[in-house]
Design a protein around this ligand. Structure first.
Ligand code: G16
Ligand code: MG
Length: 216
C-alpha cells in the first residue's frame, strides 16, 4: 500500500523548461555559445550550476572562467528566468495535475515536491497549488543532485512515510534513477525521450488514477 506522492516540478507539474531555455540561450549567446532545443533536453532536472557547466563544456569554454564569473552568469540567467516566470498562472498546470492533486487531498494522501529548482516555492505559488504540498524539499540542503536518491528520501522522511510507501513522478532520466535508487515506485512522464527504468510511463497525469497508484 502506497501512502504518499512525491513530484518533480518541471515537466511533471508545469513546463518551465521553455523559460529555462530562453534564459540559458540568451546567456549562451552572450558567451558566444550556440545551444538548441535538442541540447536543452540534457539540462532537464539538472541543477543551475551543473547546467551552466554543461553549456560551457558544450562551447569548449569550461576552463575560461573563474568561480566568481560563473556564479555571476548563473545569477544573471536566474534573474532573466524569474522575470519570465512572472507570466505563470494556474492555466500553466499540465493536464490532469489539478484533478490528481485534488483527489489525493480528498483521500488525505500527503504530497511533496522533490525539484532541483530553487524557485519551486515561487512557481507553485504562481500556479496556485502551493498549499497542496506538505513538503517542498529545499535543494540548498542537499549534498548531491539527482540521480542521487537524497532528494526523494528527504521528501519521504518529511512526509513521515517509508520509501517503499511512496510513488515518485519524474520526467527526466536522472530523476527516474533517483526514485528507483530510493526504493520507490516510479511513474515516468514521457514527452520527448524514452525513460528507462520507470515502473509505469504515461504522457500526462490525467492517464493515472489515484486509487490504482495507492495499490501498486
Ligand atoms: C528544474 C529544471 C532544470 C533546472 C533546475 C534548477 O528541475 O528541470 O532545468 O536547471 O530545476 O532550477 P533553478 O535554476 O530554478 O534552481 P526539476 O527537478 O523541477 O525538473
Ligand atoms: Mg523535471
Amino acid at each position: 500500500m502506497r501512502k504518499g506522492f512525491i513530484f518533480d516540478l518541471d515537466g511533471v507539474i508545469t513546463d518551465t523548461a521553455k523559460y529555462h531555455y530562453v534564459a540559458w540561450k540568451q546567456l549562451a549567446d552572450e558567451l558566444g555559445i550556440t545551444i538548441d532545443l535538442a541540447f536543452n533536453e540534457q539540462l532537464k532536472g539538472i541543477s543551475r550550476m551543473d547546467s551552466l557547466e554543461r553549456i560551457l563544456e558544450y562551447g569548449k569554454k569550461e576552463n575560461q572562467y573563474s568561480m566568481e564569473e560563473k556564479e555571476a552568469f548563473a545569477e544573471k540567467k536566474n534573474t532573466h528566468y524569474v522575470t519570465l516566470l512572472q507570466e505563470l498562472t494556474p492555466a500553466d498546470l499540465l493536464p490532469g495535475v489539478e484533478q490528481f492533486l485534488k483527489e489525493a487531498a480528498e483521500k488525505n494522501i500527503p504530497c511533496g515536491i522533490a525539484s532541483a529548482s530553487k524557485n519551486a516555492p515561487f512557481i507553485l505559488d504562481k500556479l496556485g497549488i502551493k498549499e497542496r504540498f506538505s513538503i517542498i524539499v529545499d535543494p540548498n540542503t542537499l549534498a548531491k543532485g539527482k540521480p542521487d536518491p537524497e532528494i526523494f528520501l528527504q521528501a519521504a522522511n518529511a512526509l513521515s512515510i517509508q520509501p517503499d510507501e511512496a510513488v515518485g513522478f519524474e520526467d527526466a532520466q536522472a530523476g527516474i534513477q533517483a526514485i528507483k535508487s530510493a526504493g520507490m515506485y516510479a511513474v515516468g512522464i514521457e514527452t520527448q525521450e524514452a525513460l528507462e527504468g520507470a515502473d509505469q510511463v504515461v504522457k500526462q497525469l490525467d492517464e493515472l488514477s489515484v486509487d490504482a497508484l495507492l495499490r501498486v
